[in-house]
Ligand binder design. Structure first.
Ligand code: F6P
Length: 570
Protein backbone atom coordinates (compact mmCIF):
# COMPACT_ATOMS: atom_id res chain seq x y z
CA UNK A 1 0.00 0.00 0.00
CA UNK A 2 1.45 3.38 -0.95
CA UNK A 3 1.77 6.13 1.58
CA UNK A 4 0.80 9.73 1.10
CA UNK A 5 3.12 12.57 2.07
CA UNK A 6 0.73 13.80 4.74
CA UNK A 7 -1.77 12.47 7.21
CA UNK A 8 -5.47 13.04 6.57
CA UNK A 9 -6.07 14.04 10.20
CA UNK A 10 -3.87 17.07 9.65
CA UNK A 11 -5.70 18.39 6.63
CA UNK A 12 -7.24 21.71 7.43
CA UNK A 13 -9.90 23.69 5.63
CA UNK A 14 -9.05 25.49 2.45
CA UNK A 15 -7.99 28.91 3.70
CA UNK A 16 -9.03 32.12 2.05
CA UNK A 17 -5.53 33.56 2.57
CA UNK A 18 -3.54 30.82 0.79
CA UNK A 19 -1.65 32.16 -2.25
CA UNK A 20 -3.65 30.14 -4.78
CA UNK A 21 -6.98 31.22 -3.26
CA UNK A 22 -5.90 34.87 -3.15
CA UNK A 23 -4.71 34.64 -6.75
CA UNK A 24 -8.11 33.32 -7.81
CA UNK A 25 -9.89 36.06 -5.86
CA UNK A 26 -7.79 38.73 -7.54
CA UNK A 27 -8.38 37.10 -10.90
CA UNK A 28 -12.13 37.09 -10.27
CA UNK A 29 -12.09 40.78 -9.35
CA UNK A 30 -10.16 41.59 -12.53
CA UNK A 31 -12.35 39.53 -14.89
CA UNK A 32 -15.84 39.55 -13.39
CA UNK A 33 -17.10 42.25 -15.72
CA UNK A 34 -16.10 40.47 -18.91
CA UNK A 35 -19.32 39.00 -20.30
CA UNK A 36 -19.38 35.41 -21.50
CA UNK A 37 -20.49 36.67 -24.89
CA UNK A 38 -17.28 38.65 -25.15
CA UNK A 39 -15.22 35.58 -24.23
CA UNK A 40 -16.84 33.69 -27.12
CA UNK A 41 -16.55 36.62 -29.52
CA UNK A 42 -12.87 37.04 -28.68
CA UNK A 43 -11.91 33.38 -29.13
CA UNK A 44 -13.26 31.33 -32.03
CA UNK A 45 -11.54 28.25 -30.55
CA UNK A 46 -13.22 28.54 -27.18
CA UNK A 47 -15.23 25.33 -27.67
CA UNK A 48 -12.09 23.33 -28.50
CA UNK A 49 -10.21 24.83 -25.54
CA UNK A 50 -12.88 24.08 -22.94
CA UNK A 51 -14.14 20.61 -23.80
CA UNK A 52 -12.88 17.21 -22.71
CA UNK A 53 -13.81 13.65 -23.64
CA UNK A 54 -13.46 10.51 -21.51
CA UNK A 55 -15.08 7.10 -20.98
CA UNK A 56 -17.73 7.79 -23.63
CA UNK A 57 -18.72 11.18 -22.17
CA UNK A 58 -18.13 14.64 -23.58
CA UNK A 59 -17.98 17.67 -21.27
CA UNK A 60 -18.37 21.20 -22.64
CA UNK A 61 -17.51 23.76 -19.97
CA UNK A 62 -16.95 26.65 -22.38
CA UNK A 63 -20.13 28.42 -21.24
CA UNK A 64 -18.64 29.32 -17.87
CA UNK A 65 -17.24 32.72 -17.03
CA UNK A 66 -13.64 31.52 -17.09
CA UNK A 67 -10.50 31.73 -19.19
CA UNK A 68 -7.35 29.62 -19.61
CA UNK A 69 -5.82 31.67 -16.83
CA UNK A 70 -8.74 30.81 -14.53
CA UNK A 71 -8.24 27.12 -15.23
CA UNK A 72 -4.54 27.31 -14.69
CA UNK A 73 -5.06 29.03 -11.30
CA UNK A 74 -7.63 26.37 -10.38
CA UNK A 75 -5.18 23.57 -11.30
CA UNK A 76 -2.61 25.26 -9.04
CA UNK A 77 -5.16 25.23 -6.24
CA UNK A 78 -5.86 21.52 -6.80
CA UNK A 79 -2.14 20.71 -6.70
CA UNK A 80 -1.65 22.80 -3.58
CA UNK A 81 -4.46 20.75 -1.95
CA UNK A 82 -2.71 17.48 -2.98
CA UNK A 83 -5.61 16.24 -5.09
CA UNK A 84 -3.42 13.77 -6.98
CA UNK A 85 -1.87 12.19 -3.87
CA UNK A 86 -5.22 11.97 -2.15
CA UNK A 87 -6.80 10.43 -5.24
CA UNK A 88 -4.17 7.68 -5.13
CA UNK A 89 -4.73 7.22 -1.40
CA UNK A 90 -8.40 6.49 -2.12
CA UNK A 91 -7.71 4.02 -4.93
CA UNK A 92 -5.16 2.02 -2.92
CA UNK A 93 -7.43 1.66 0.10
CA UNK A 94 -5.96 4.06 2.65
CA UNK A 95 -8.40 4.94 5.43
CA UNK A 96 -9.27 8.34 4.08
CA UNK A 97 -12.65 8.28 5.86
CA UNK A 98 -10.91 9.26 9.06
CA UNK A 99 -13.95 9.89 11.27
CA UNK A 100 -15.15 6.32 10.70
CA UNK A 101 -11.65 4.81 10.29
CA UNK A 102 -12.59 3.30 6.94
CA UNK A 103 -11.15 2.90 3.50
CA UNK A 104 -13.26 4.25 0.62
CA UNK A 105 -13.30 1.63 -2.09
CA UNK A 106 -16.40 1.90 -4.25
CA UNK A 107 -13.93 1.94 -7.17
CA UNK A 108 -12.90 -1.64 -6.23
CA UNK A 109 -16.50 -2.76 -6.82
CA UNK A 110 -16.03 -2.11 -10.53
CA UNK A 111 -12.42 -3.29 -10.96
CA UNK A 112 -12.36 -6.01 -13.64
CA UNK A 113 -11.69 -9.56 -12.45
CA UNK A 114 -9.06 -10.89 -12.21
CA UNK A 115 -7.04 -7.77 -11.36
CA UNK A 116 -4.52 -6.94 -14.08
CA UNK A 117 -1.51 -7.46 -11.79
CA UNK A 118 -0.62 -8.62 -8.31
CA UNK A 119 0.03 -4.96 -7.49
CA UNK A 120 -3.52 -4.10 -8.55
CA UNK A 121 -5.03 -6.68 -6.15
CA UNK A 122 -6.21 -4.85 -3.06
CA UNK A 123 -5.76 -6.08 0.49
CA UNK A 124 -7.40 -4.01 3.22
CA UNK A 125 -7.15 -5.11 6.87
CA UNK A 126 -6.25 -8.58 5.61
CA UNK A 127 -9.30 -8.74 3.34
CA UNK A 128 -8.70 -9.80 -0.27
CA UNK A 129 -10.95 -7.06 -1.63
CA UNK A 130 -11.06 -8.02 -5.32
CA UNK A 131 -11.66 -11.70 -4.64
CA UNK A 132 -14.50 -10.92 -2.23
CA UNK A 133 -16.09 -8.47 -4.67
CA UNK A 134 -15.88 -11.09 -7.39
CA UNK A 135 -17.45 -13.79 -5.21
CA UNK A 136 -20.46 -11.58 -4.44
CA UNK A 137 -20.82 -10.65 -8.11
CA UNK A 138 -20.95 -14.38 -8.90
CA UNK A 139 -23.66 -14.80 -6.28
CA UNK A 140 -25.60 -11.92 -7.85
CA UNK A 141 -25.14 -13.41 -11.34
CA UNK A 142 -26.47 -16.81 -10.28
CA UNK A 143 -29.42 -15.44 -8.35
CA UNK A 144 -30.53 -12.87 -10.92
CA UNK A 145 -30.28 -15.41 -13.72
CA UNK A 146 -32.40 -17.83 -11.72
CA UNK A 147 -35.14 -15.24 -11.06
CA UNK A 148 -35.12 -13.95 -14.63
CA UNK A 149 -35.21 -17.44 -16.15
CA UNK A 150 -38.13 -18.52 -13.87
CA UNK A 151 -36.01 -21.13 -12.11
CA UNK A 152 -36.51 -19.24 -8.84
CA UNK A 153 -40.23 -19.31 -8.15
CA UNK A 154 -42.62 -18.19 -5.48
CA UNK A 155 -43.91 -20.50 -2.74
CA UNK A 156 -46.69 -21.92 -4.90
CA UNK A 157 -44.59 -22.41 -8.01
CA UNK A 158 -45.37 -19.23 -9.93
CA UNK A 159 -42.54 -17.17 -11.51
CA UNK A 160 -41.64 -13.83 -9.97
CA UNK A 161 -43.28 -10.85 -11.71
CA UNK A 162 -42.74 -8.00 -9.23
CA UNK A 163 -39.65 -6.93 -7.32
CA UNK A 164 -39.97 -4.55 -4.40
CA UNK A 165 -36.74 -2.89 -3.26
CA UNK A 166 -37.18 -1.71 0.33
CA UNK A 167 -34.42 0.70 1.36
CA UNK A 168 -33.77 4.41 1.84
CA UNK A 169 -31.02 6.92 1.00
CA UNK A 170 -28.22 5.14 -0.83
CA UNK A 171 -30.08 1.84 -0.52
CA UNK A 172 -32.92 3.29 -2.58
CA UNK A 173 -31.84 6.30 -4.64
CA UNK A 174 -29.14 4.47 -6.62
CA UNK A 175 -31.12 1.34 -7.59
CA UNK A 176 -34.26 3.41 -8.26
CA UNK A 177 -32.46 5.96 -10.42
CA UNK A 178 -30.54 3.31 -12.39
CA UNK A 179 -33.58 1.07 -12.96
CA UNK A 180 -35.49 4.06 -14.32
CA UNK A 181 -32.56 5.24 -16.45
CA UNK A 182 -32.09 1.79 -18.00
CA UNK A 183 -35.82 1.13 -18.44
CA UNK A 184 -35.43 0.09 -22.10
CA UNK A 185 -33.11 -2.76 -21.03
CA UNK A 186 -35.50 -4.12 -18.42
CA UNK A 187 -36.84 -7.69 -18.40
CA UNK A 188 -40.35 -7.66 -19.86
CA UNK A 189 -41.84 -9.90 -17.14
CA UNK A 190 -40.47 -7.96 -14.18
CA UNK A 191 -41.97 -4.80 -12.72
CA UNK A 192 -39.71 -2.91 -10.34
CA UNK A 193 -41.09 -1.08 -7.29
CA UNK A 194 -39.24 1.04 -4.75
CA UNK A 195 -40.42 1.68 -1.21
CA UNK A 196 -38.40 4.03 0.97
CA UNK A 197 -40.53 6.34 3.09
CA UNK A 198 -41.63 5.43 6.60
CA UNK A 199 -44.93 7.05 5.57
CA UNK A 200 -47.21 4.02 5.24
CA UNK A 201 -48.76 5.52 2.10
CA UNK A 202 -45.57 4.57 0.26
CA UNK A 203 -45.66 0.83 0.90
CA UNK A 204 -49.46 0.76 0.89
CA UNK A 205 -49.52 2.05 -2.69
CA UNK A 206 -47.16 -0.74 -3.79
CA UNK A 207 -48.78 -3.57 -1.81
CA UNK A 208 -52.17 -2.66 -3.25
CA UNK A 209 -51.05 -3.58 -6.74
CA UNK A 210 -48.93 -6.72 -6.31
CA UNK A 211 -49.58 -10.43 -5.77
CA UNK A 212 -47.68 -11.97 -2.82
CA UNK A 213 -47.27 -15.24 -4.70
CA UNK A 214 -45.25 -13.60 -7.48
CA UNK A 215 -43.41 -10.87 -5.53
CA UNK A 216 -39.80 -10.79 -4.40
CA UNK A 217 -38.86 -8.31 -1.68
CA UNK A 218 -35.26 -7.10 -1.64
CA UNK A 219 -34.56 -5.62 1.81
CA UNK A 220 -31.62 -3.30 1.16
CA UNK A 221 -29.89 -1.73 4.13
CA UNK A 222 -26.19 -1.42 4.81
CA UNK A 223 -26.75 -1.34 8.56
CA UNK A 224 -30.04 -3.27 8.68
CA UNK A 225 -31.06 -0.97 11.51
CA UNK A 226 -32.50 2.01 9.61
CA UNK A 227 -35.90 2.79 11.08
CA UNK A 228 -37.74 3.39 7.81
CA UNK A 229 -36.43 0.25 6.13
CA UNK A 230 -37.00 -2.00 9.11
CA UNK A 231 -40.56 -0.78 9.57
CA UNK A 232 -41.35 -1.25 5.86
CA UNK A 233 -39.67 -4.67 5.84
CA UNK A 234 -41.74 -5.84 8.82
CA UNK A 235 -44.92 -4.52 7.22
CA UNK A 236 -44.08 -6.36 3.99
CA UNK A 237 -43.38 -9.57 5.92
CA UNK A 238 -46.67 -9.28 7.81
CA UNK A 239 -48.57 -8.50 4.61
CA UNK A 240 -47.07 -11.53 2.89
CA UNK A 241 -48.01 -13.89 5.73
CA UNK A 242 -51.58 -12.60 5.87
CA UNK A 243 -52.21 -12.14 2.13
CA UNK A 244 -50.47 -15.19 0.60
CA UNK A 245 -53.00 -18.00 0.83
CA UNK A 246 -51.57 -21.12 2.51
CA UNK A 247 -48.13 -19.49 2.93
CA UNK A 248 -46.20 -20.24 6.11
CA UNK A 249 -43.08 -18.74 7.67
CA UNK A 250 -40.85 -21.16 5.73
CA UNK A 251 -42.27 -19.78 2.47
CA UNK A 252 -40.77 -16.39 3.30
CA UNK A 253 -37.47 -17.72 1.95
CA UNK A 254 -38.89 -17.66 -1.60
CA UNK A 255 -39.95 -14.04 -1.29
CA UNK A 256 -37.47 -12.18 0.90
CA UNK A 257 -33.77 -11.61 0.26
CA UNK A 258 -31.48 -9.12 1.99
CA UNK A 259 -28.62 -6.89 0.95
CA UNK A 260 -26.54 -5.78 3.91
CA UNK A 261 -23.26 -5.70 5.79
CA UNK A 262 -25.06 -6.88 8.95
CA UNK A 263 -25.43 -10.68 8.92
CA UNK A 264 -26.74 -10.83 12.49
CA UNK A 265 -29.44 -8.24 11.76
CA UNK A 266 -30.51 -10.13 8.65
CA UNK A 267 -30.75 -13.40 10.60
CA UNK A 268 -32.71 -11.70 13.38
CA UNK A 269 -35.22 -10.45 10.81
CA UNK A 270 -35.73 -14.04 9.69
CA UNK A 271 -33.91 -14.07 6.36
CA UNK A 272 -31.64 -17.05 5.76
CA UNK A 273 -28.04 -15.77 5.37
CA UNK A 274 -27.94 -17.91 2.21
CA UNK A 275 -30.38 -15.39 0.76
CA UNK A 276 -28.22 -12.48 1.87
CA UNK A 277 -25.96 -10.54 -0.49
CA UNK A 278 -23.16 -8.97 1.52
CA UNK A 279 -21.03 -5.89 1.06
CA UNK A 280 -18.51 -4.14 3.26
CA UNK A 281 -18.09 -1.09 5.47
CA UNK A 282 -15.67 0.48 2.97
CA UNK A 283 -18.65 1.07 0.67
CA UNK A 284 -20.50 4.25 1.63
CA UNK A 285 -24.31 4.14 1.30
CA UNK A 286 -24.40 6.79 -1.42
CA UNK A 287 -21.61 5.00 -3.29
CA UNK A 288 -23.18 1.56 -3.02
CA UNK A 289 -25.17 1.02 -6.22
CA UNK A 290 -22.14 -0.87 -7.59
CA UNK A 291 -22.26 -3.34 -4.72
CA UNK A 292 -24.98 -5.88 -3.96
CA UNK A 293 -27.19 -2.82 -3.30
CA UNK A 294 -27.40 -2.93 -7.11
CA UNK A 295 -29.16 -6.32 -6.89
CA UNK A 296 -32.47 -4.80 -8.04
CA UNK A 297 -30.65 -3.28 -11.01
CA UNK A 298 -29.11 -6.66 -11.93
CA UNK A 299 -32.52 -8.30 -11.57
CA UNK A 300 -34.08 -5.70 -13.86
CA UNK A 301 -31.47 -5.51 -16.62
CA UNK A 302 -29.61 -8.82 -16.21
CA UNK A 303 -26.09 -9.49 -15.05
CA UNK A 304 -24.47 -8.89 -18.43
CA UNK A 305 -25.86 -5.36 -18.62
CA UNK A 306 -25.02 -4.82 -14.95
CA UNK A 307 -21.42 -5.76 -15.80
CA UNK A 308 -21.45 -3.16 -18.60
CA UNK A 309 -22.67 -0.60 -16.05
CA UNK A 310 -19.70 -1.47 -13.79
CA UNK A 311 -17.33 -1.37 -16.78
CA UNK A 312 -18.51 2.15 -17.71
CA UNK A 313 -17.73 3.33 -14.19
CA UNK A 314 -14.35 1.58 -14.29
CA UNK A 315 -13.49 3.38 -17.54
CA UNK A 316 -14.14 6.69 -15.76
CA UNK A 317 -12.11 5.49 -12.74
CA UNK A 318 -9.12 4.67 -14.96
CA UNK A 319 -9.36 8.08 -16.63
CA UNK A 320 -9.69 9.87 -13.30
CA UNK A 321 -6.79 7.99 -11.76
CA UNK A 322 -4.34 8.51 -14.60
CA UNK A 323 -5.21 11.63 -16.61
CA UNK A 324 -3.31 14.82 -15.76
CA UNK A 325 -5.55 17.32 -14.02
CA UNK A 326 -5.60 19.53 -17.13
CA UNK A 327 -7.36 16.76 -19.11
CA UNK A 328 -9.17 15.11 -16.24
CA UNK A 329 -12.93 15.34 -16.64
CA UNK A 330 -13.97 14.83 -12.98
CA UNK A 331 -11.23 17.22 -11.80
CA UNK A 332 -12.31 19.86 -14.32
CA UNK A 333 -15.99 19.52 -13.41
CA UNK A 334 -15.02 19.85 -9.73
CA UNK A 335 -12.80 22.87 -10.29
CA UNK A 336 -15.42 24.67 -12.37
CA UNK A 337 -17.78 24.04 -9.44
CA UNK A 338 -15.24 25.46 -6.98
CA UNK A 339 -14.89 28.52 -9.20
CA UNK A 340 -18.66 29.01 -9.26
CA UNK A 341 -19.11 28.38 -5.54
CA UNK A 342 -16.10 30.01 -3.92
CA UNK A 343 -15.32 32.87 -6.29
CA UNK A 344 -18.45 33.67 -8.32
CA UNK A 345 -20.64 33.14 -5.22
CA UNK A 346 -23.23 30.64 -6.50
CA UNK A 347 -25.14 28.95 -3.69
CA UNK A 348 -26.83 26.26 -5.74
CA UNK A 349 -26.35 24.07 -8.79
CA UNK A 350 -29.25 22.98 -10.94
CA UNK A 351 -29.12 19.58 -12.67
CA UNK A 352 -31.04 19.45 -15.95
CA UNK A 353 -31.04 16.03 -17.60
CA UNK A 354 -32.61 16.29 -21.05
CA UNK A 355 -33.64 12.64 -20.88
CA UNK A 356 -36.89 11.54 -19.29
CA UNK A 357 -35.34 8.31 -18.00
CA UNK A 358 -32.84 10.36 -15.97
CA UNK A 359 -35.74 11.85 -14.00
CA UNK A 360 -34.35 10.58 -10.70
CA UNK A 361 -30.79 11.71 -11.42
CA UNK A 362 -31.13 15.10 -9.66
CA UNK A 363 -32.39 13.41 -6.45
CA UNK A 364 -29.60 10.85 -6.69
CA UNK A 365 -27.03 13.65 -7.00
CA UNK A 366 -28.62 15.49 -4.07
CA UNK A 367 -27.57 12.68 -1.76
CA UNK A 368 -24.25 12.09 -3.49
CA UNK A 369 -23.16 15.73 -3.35
CA UNK A 370 -24.98 17.14 -0.34
CA UNK A 371 -24.53 14.20 2.05
CA UNK A 372 -20.87 13.98 0.99
CA UNK A 373 -19.85 17.62 0.96
CA UNK A 374 -22.49 19.37 3.07
CA UNK A 375 -19.95 19.82 5.87
CA UNK A 376 -18.71 22.68 8.01
CA UNK A 377 -15.82 20.94 9.76
CA UNK A 378 -12.46 20.24 8.15
CA UNK A 379 -10.68 16.89 8.43
CA UNK A 380 -8.50 18.25 11.25
CA UNK A 381 -11.61 19.21 13.25
CA UNK A 382 -11.35 22.94 12.66
CA UNK A 383 -14.24 24.96 11.19
CA UNK A 384 -14.12 25.32 7.41
CA UNK A 385 -13.15 28.78 6.24
CA UNK A 386 -14.83 28.81 2.83
CA UNK A 387 -18.23 27.74 1.52
CA UNK A 388 -18.63 24.03 0.77
CA UNK A 389 -21.31 22.12 -1.17
CA UNK A 390 -23.94 24.18 -2.97
CA UNK A 391 -27.60 23.11 -2.91
CA UNK A 392 -28.21 20.56 -5.67
CA UNK A 393 -31.63 20.50 -7.27
CA UNK A 394 -33.32 20.09 -10.63
CA UNK A 395 -35.64 18.21 -12.90
CA UNK A 396 -35.75 16.93 -16.45
CA UNK A 397 -35.78 19.23 -19.42
CA UNK A 398 -37.93 20.35 -21.03
CA UNK A 399 -40.28 20.25 -18.01
CA UNK A 400 -38.07 22.50 -15.88
CA UNK A 401 -38.17 25.16 -18.60
CA UNK A 402 -41.88 25.61 -17.95
CA UNK A 403 -41.49 25.78 -14.19
CA UNK A 404 -38.38 27.36 -12.70
CA UNK A 405 -36.20 28.35 -15.66
CA UNK A 406 -37.76 31.83 -15.42
CA UNK A 407 -35.76 32.34 -12.22
CA UNK A 408 -32.63 30.91 -13.81
CA UNK A 409 -32.88 33.39 -16.70
CA UNK A 410 -34.01 36.54 -14.92
CA UNK A 411 -33.90 35.91 -11.15
CA UNK A 412 -31.61 37.79 -8.81
CA UNK A 413 -29.31 34.82 -8.08
CA UNK A 414 -26.99 33.30 -10.61
CA UNK A 415 -27.44 29.52 -10.59
CA UNK A 416 -25.12 27.39 -12.71
CA UNK A 417 -26.75 24.52 -14.58
CA UNK A 418 -25.42 21.11 -15.62
CA UNK A 419 -27.19 20.05 -18.81
CA UNK A 420 -27.00 16.31 -19.52
CA UNK A 421 -28.16 14.73 -22.77
CA UNK A 422 -27.86 11.58 -24.87
CA UNK A 423 -27.56 12.30 -28.59
CA UNK A 424 -29.43 9.21 -29.81
CA UNK A 425 -32.70 8.05 -28.25
CA UNK A 426 -33.88 4.52 -27.45
CA UNK A 427 -37.28 5.19 -29.04
CA UNK A 428 -38.09 5.55 -32.74
CA UNK A 429 -40.64 8.35 -32.60
CA UNK A 430 -39.92 10.92 -35.29
CA UNK A 431 -39.15 14.51 -34.36
CA UNK A 432 -38.89 14.23 -30.58
CA UNK A 433 -35.13 13.87 -30.21
CA UNK A 434 -34.24 16.86 -32.37
CA UNK A 435 -36.82 18.96 -30.50
CA UNK A 436 -35.39 17.83 -27.15
CA UNK A 437 -31.79 18.59 -28.10
CA UNK A 438 -32.77 21.91 -29.69
CA UNK A 439 -34.27 22.98 -26.36
CA UNK A 440 -31.26 21.78 -24.40
CA UNK A 441 -28.75 23.66 -26.56
CA UNK A 442 -31.00 26.73 -26.83
CA UNK A 443 -31.27 27.06 -23.06
CA UNK A 444 -27.53 27.00 -22.47
CA UNK A 445 -27.05 29.49 -25.30
CA UNK A 446 -29.75 31.77 -23.89
CA UNK A 447 -28.21 31.60 -20.40
CA UNK A 448 -24.86 32.52 -21.87
CA UNK A 449 -25.88 35.25 -24.34
CA UNK A 450 -28.95 36.74 -22.73
CA UNK A 451 -30.71 39.38 -24.78
CA UNK A 452 -29.56 42.99 -24.56
CA UNK A 453 -31.87 46.00 -24.39
CA UNK A 454 -30.76 47.00 -27.89
CA UNK A 455 -31.66 43.59 -29.27
CA UNK A 456 -35.03 43.61 -27.54
CA UNK A 457 -35.78 47.15 -28.78
CA UNK A 458 -34.83 46.30 -32.36
CA UNK A 459 -37.02 43.19 -32.27
CA UNK A 460 -40.04 45.09 -30.98
CA UNK A 461 -39.52 47.91 -33.50
CA UNK A 462 -39.44 45.36 -36.34
CA UNK A 463 -42.80 44.11 -35.13
CA UNK A 464 -44.13 47.69 -35.30
CA UNK A 465 -44.78 48.11 -31.59
CA UNK A 466 -45.47 51.71 -30.45
CA UNK A 467 -42.52 53.45 -28.73
CA UNK A 468 -44.34 53.92 -25.38
CA UNK A 469 -45.06 50.20 -25.18
CA UNK A 470 -41.46 49.39 -26.12
CA UNK A 471 -40.19 51.63 -23.32
CA UNK A 472 -42.53 50.02 -20.79
CA UNK A 473 -41.72 46.45 -21.79
CA UNK A 474 -38.00 46.82 -22.43
CA UNK A 475 -36.73 46.08 -18.88
CA UNK A 476 -39.02 43.05 -18.53
CA UNK A 477 -37.96 41.52 -21.81
CA UNK A 478 -34.23 42.03 -21.37
CA UNK A 479 -32.12 39.01 -20.32
CA UNK A 480 -28.84 39.71 -18.52
CA UNK A 481 -27.18 36.51 -19.82
CA UNK A 482 -23.75 35.66 -18.43
CA UNK A 483 -25.27 32.67 -16.66
CA UNK A 484 -22.91 29.69 -16.56
CA UNK A 485 -23.55 26.09 -17.55
CA UNK A 486 -21.84 22.81 -18.35
CA UNK A 487 -23.14 20.38 -20.95
CA UNK A 488 -22.43 16.66 -20.67
CA UNK A 489 -23.20 14.57 -23.74
CA UNK A 490 -23.20 10.84 -24.35
CA UNK A 491 -24.02 8.92 -27.48
CA UNK A 492 -26.85 6.91 -25.89
CA UNK A 493 -28.00 6.28 -22.36
CA UNK A 494 -26.52 2.76 -22.19
CA UNK A 495 -25.52 0.92 -18.99
CA UNK A 496 -21.87 1.81 -19.69
CA UNK A 497 -22.60 5.50 -20.30
CA UNK A 498 -24.68 5.72 -17.13
CA UNK A 499 -21.91 4.01 -15.14
CA UNK A 500 -19.42 6.56 -16.45
CA UNK A 501 -21.78 9.46 -15.69
CA UNK A 502 -22.30 8.45 -12.06
CA UNK A 503 -18.56 7.82 -11.58
CA UNK A 504 -17.87 11.26 -13.08
CA UNK A 505 -19.96 12.93 -10.38
CA UNK A 506 -18.57 10.66 -7.62
CA UNK A 507 -15.05 11.78 -8.48
CA UNK A 508 -16.13 15.39 -8.88
CA UNK A 509 -17.46 15.24 -5.31
CA UNK A 510 -14.21 13.65 -4.16
CA UNK A 511 -12.04 16.37 -5.71
CA UNK A 512 -14.18 19.14 -4.22
CA UNK A 513 -14.03 17.47 -0.79
CA UNK A 514 -10.23 17.35 -1.02
CA UNK A 515 -10.04 20.99 -2.05
CA UNK A 516 -12.30 22.11 0.77
CA UNK A 517 -10.42 19.86 3.25
CA UNK A 518 -13.51 17.94 4.43
CA UNK A 519 -14.37 14.25 4.80
CA UNK A 520 -16.75 13.44 1.93
CA UNK A 521 -17.48 9.98 3.29
CA UNK A 522 -19.17 10.39 6.65
CA UNK A 523 -22.66 11.77 7.38
CA UNK A 524 -22.89 12.69 11.06
CA UNK A 525 -25.38 15.40 10.20
CA UNK A 526 -28.22 12.93 9.77
CA UNK A 527 -27.86 11.53 13.29
CA UNK A 528 -29.40 14.25 15.47
CA UNK A 529 -32.83 14.20 13.83
CA UNK A 530 -32.85 10.37 13.87
CA UNK A 531 -32.23 10.22 17.62
CA UNK A 532 -34.80 12.92 18.38
CA UNK A 533 -37.41 11.14 16.24
CA UNK A 534 -36.91 8.00 18.34
CA UNK A 535 -37.73 9.96 21.53
CA UNK A 536 -40.75 11.64 19.98
CA UNK A 537 -42.00 8.30 18.66
CA UNK A 538 -42.03 6.99 22.24
CA UNK A 539 -43.97 10.06 23.32
CA UNK A 540 -46.48 9.72 20.50
CA UNK A 541 -47.06 6.13 21.54
CA UNK A 542 -47.65 6.82 25.26
CA UNK A 543 -50.53 8.41 27.11
CA UNK A 544 -48.76 11.11 29.07
CA UNK A 545 -49.25 14.63 27.77
CA UNK A 546 -46.10 16.53 26.85
CA UNK A 547 -45.66 19.83 28.62
CA UNK A 548 -42.80 22.25 28.96
CA UNK A 549 -42.57 21.61 32.68
CA UNK A 550 -41.09 18.22 31.84
CA UNK A 551 -38.39 20.24 30.12
CA UNK A 552 -38.13 17.83 27.24
CA UNK A 553 -39.11 20.05 24.37
CA UNK A 554 -39.82 23.64 23.50
CA UNK A 555 -43.44 24.81 23.51
CA UNK A 556 -43.75 24.49 19.72
CA UNK A 557 -42.60 20.84 19.65
CA UNK A 558 -44.78 20.00 22.67
CA UNK A 559 -47.77 21.62 21.01
CA UNK A 560 -47.26 19.70 17.77
CA UNK A 561 -46.78 16.38 19.60
CA UNK A 562 -49.94 16.93 21.63
CA UNK A 563 -52.02 17.79 18.59
CA UNK A 564 -50.80 14.63 16.83
CA UNK A 565 -51.36 12.48 19.88
CA UNK A 566 -54.95 13.63 20.14
CA UNK A 567 -55.52 12.07 16.72
CA UNK A 568 -53.27 9.00 17.06
CA UNK A 569 -54.72 8.05 20.45
CA UNK A 570 -58.36 8.64 19.43
O1 F6P B 1 -29.23 9.09 5.65
C1 F6P B 1 -28.21 8.45 6.32
C2 F6P B 1 -27.89 7.13 5.73
O2 F6P B 1 -26.97 6.50 6.56
C3 F6P B 1 -27.35 7.19 4.30
O3 F6P B 1 -26.02 7.52 4.24
C4 F6P B 1 -27.66 5.83 3.83
O4 F6P B 1 -27.57 5.74 2.44
C5 F6P B 1 -29.06 5.66 4.37
O5 F6P B 1 -29.03 6.28 5.63
C6 F6P B 1 -29.56 4.25 4.49
O6 F6P B 1 -28.77 3.48 5.35
P1 F6P B 1 -28.86 1.91 5.37
O7 F6P B 1 -28.46 1.39 4.04
O8 F6P B 1 -27.93 1.48 6.46
O9 F6P B 1 -30.28 1.51 5.70
Amino acid sequence: MSTTPYSAQHISSLKADTPSFLALQEHYAATKNIPLRALFDGDPDRFASFTVEAAGLFLDYAKNTLTSETMSLLFNLARERHVEARREAMFVGEKINTTEHRAVLHTALRTPWPPSSAAAALVVDGQQVNADVHAVLEQIATFTESVRSEKWRGYNGKPITDIVNIGIGGSDLGPKMVCQALRPFQHARLTMHFVSNVDGHDIDAVLSKIDPATTLFVIASKTFTTMETMMNAHSARQWFLTQAETATETDLAHHFVAVSTNTEGVKAFGIDPQNMFPFWDWVGGRYSVWSSIGLSVALAIGFERFSEFLAGAHAMDSHFRSAPLEQNMPAILALVGVWQRNFCGSASLSIAPYHQDLGNFPSYLQQLEMESNGKRTALDGSPVEVNTCPVIWGNVGTNGQHAYFQLLHQGTDITPVDFIAALAPEHRLPGHQAALLANCFAQSEAFMRGKSADEVRAEMQTKGMPEDQITALLPHRTFPGNRPSNTILMQKLTPAALGALIALYEHKVFVQGVIWGINSFDQWGVELGKVMATHILDELNTNATCDSSVGKHDSSTNGLINRARAVLMA
